[in-house]
Design a binder for this molecule. Structure first.
Ligand code: AMP
Ligand code: GLY
Length: 428
């Protein structure tokens, strides 16, 4: 099978590594890919959201299956364009991508289908939002409606903070159109978990759980990032909790999207808050998580390409039950100094080859670039170092030993990835 992966981050490197293990693969391309993916296949210089160019490439190269990593091309309608051209692609249509592309759409769907989530109100008008928030108790959560690359959520501790967010989103329009509609929701207390499923329009295959660590610094301090590291499984979700998320959140959402045309096809990611009243939906993403993919996919023993191929055709019901490595995985992200704020790039990365002495350690490249013989930093999140271990404790030890072998100027990482989950599992 000739496969094209769309995207060029750590998630796509993990997808590429999974797909490259398949005997069904004859040729792997990635657009734009990165130097890590280039070791597994051919990278082509097309941006991940250049739908027309991707379609032309898939046609001329006779691609049998396209797998989309990031949300931007999905929200732009890459799946609609490929399907119209008769090409097989794994991901949701533009209509289904609204689950990630519009918070207001998703909140309304939750209300209609009784999916547990935070209570909310939607505002089009800054003054109406202000009035409501003047009389609210705090904290309150303010969310820009559209895609905002992780910058669209503010947890306001006071009216002044809420007012500042309204000003930035709705008046100054810092996030462009994404901020013209505002969702204000109840602040939920609890711990977060990531629950992912592979969906083919009807059939749902639940994936192993993971936990992201979103803040820049240890112990949930510092600003929110795209994710500084993950562990799988997450101790926060018991088997009962996972079953609740499947039946109360994933299933009704897939059912609801099924009424709306052809149904949801792709990875469906539910970010949930586990509250005393049970799991509640924080957000849907219509793609694999990043860096969730870097811990979930290395644990998948089933043939990933076979599964993606079946799912793209709406035939996931023909797949055998997913086979998982019982070992735990931890992924530690190495970021550029300053991330998620402004940061410098172009620093050579040393020790990449020494870091993965065995098959149980994988270094996924996220923000890197080839410069002559060197691989240099080229993004906020630069690398994700994943290790497998018989327990989360062991996976942590192995991952951090590998991290210690890698050096680049200003490298920053959290030292507590998976620690809380490891401690909880030991106590059980
Ligand atoms: P989102 O992009 O909607 O997942 O929000 C980003 C982060 O903000 C989440 O990972 C949570 O940590 C936090 N968050 C979002 N919504 C809420 C909420 N209703 N209550 C508490 N925290 C929230
Ligand atoms: N790790 C969070 C995300 O992929 O959205």
């Amino acid at each position: 099978m000739r496969v094209l992966i769309v995207g060029g981050g750590g998630r796509e490197h993990a997808l590429a590594a999974g797909i490259a293990r398949s005997k069904l693969l004859t040729k792997l391309y990635a657009a734009p890919g990165n130097p890590g993916i280039a070791r597994l296949g051919t990278c082509v210089d097309i941006a991940a959201d250049d739908v027309d160019a991707l379609l032309r490439f898939a046609r001329t190269e006779h691609i049998d299956l396209t797998v989309v990593g990031p949300e931007a091309p999905l929200v732009k309608g890459i799946v609609d364009a490929f399907e119209k051209a008769g090409l097989l692609i794994f991901g949701p249509t533009r209509s289904c991508a609204r689950l990630e592309g519009s918070k207001a759409f998703t909140k309304e769907l939750c209300r209609k289908h009784h999916i547990p989530t935070a209570a909310y109100r939607t505002f089009f008008d800054a003054e109406a939002a202000r009035q409501w928030l003047r009389e609210s108790t705090y904290p309150q959560v303010l969310k820009a409606d559209g895609l905002a690359a992780g910058k669209g959520v503010v947890i306001a501790r006071s009216f002044d903070e809420a007012d500042d967010a309204i000003q930035r989103f709705m008046i100054v329009k810092e996030l462009g159109d994404a901020g013209s509609r505002l969702v204000v929701e109840e602040f939920l207390q609890g711990v977060e978990a990531s629950v992912l499923a592979m969906v083919d329009g009807r059939t749902i295959a639940m994936l192993e759980t993971a936990r992201d660590h979103k803040t820049a610094f240890d112990d949930n301090r510092g600003p929110n990032t795209g994710g500084m590291g993950t562990c799988s499984p997450s101790a926060m979700l018991t088997p009962e909790g996972l079953a609740q998320v499947e039946s109360q959140i994933i299933l009704p959402a897939v059912h609801a999207m099924g009424r709306d045309g052809k149904g949801f096809k792709g990875f469906l990611y539910a970010g949930v808050m586990i509250t005393p009243g049970g799991p509640k939906l924080l957000e849907f993403n219509v793609r694999m998580g990043d860096p969730e993919a870097q811990v979930i996919l290395p644990r998948l023993r089933s043939d990933l390409l076979h599964l993606l191929h079946l799912a793209a055709q709406g035939r996931l019901d023909e797949a055998e039950e997913l086979d998982w490595d019982p070992r735990a995985a931890v992924c530690v992200v190495l970021a550029s100094q300053g991330y998620p704020g402004p940061y410098a790039t172009g620093f050579p990365i040393y020790g990449l080859d020494d870091a993965s002495p065995s098959a149980d350690v994988m270094v996924f490249q996220a923000g890197t670039r080839q410069k002559g013989a060197d691989i240099v930093t080229a993004g906020g999140r630069v690398l994700g170092v994943t290790a497998l271990g018989t327990s989360l404790h062991e996976a942590r030890e192995v991952a951090y030993r590998a991290v210690a072998r890698i050096r680049f100027q200003g490298a920053h990482y959290r030292s507590d990835i998976g620690r809380q989950d490891a401690e909880m599992l030991t106590r059980r």
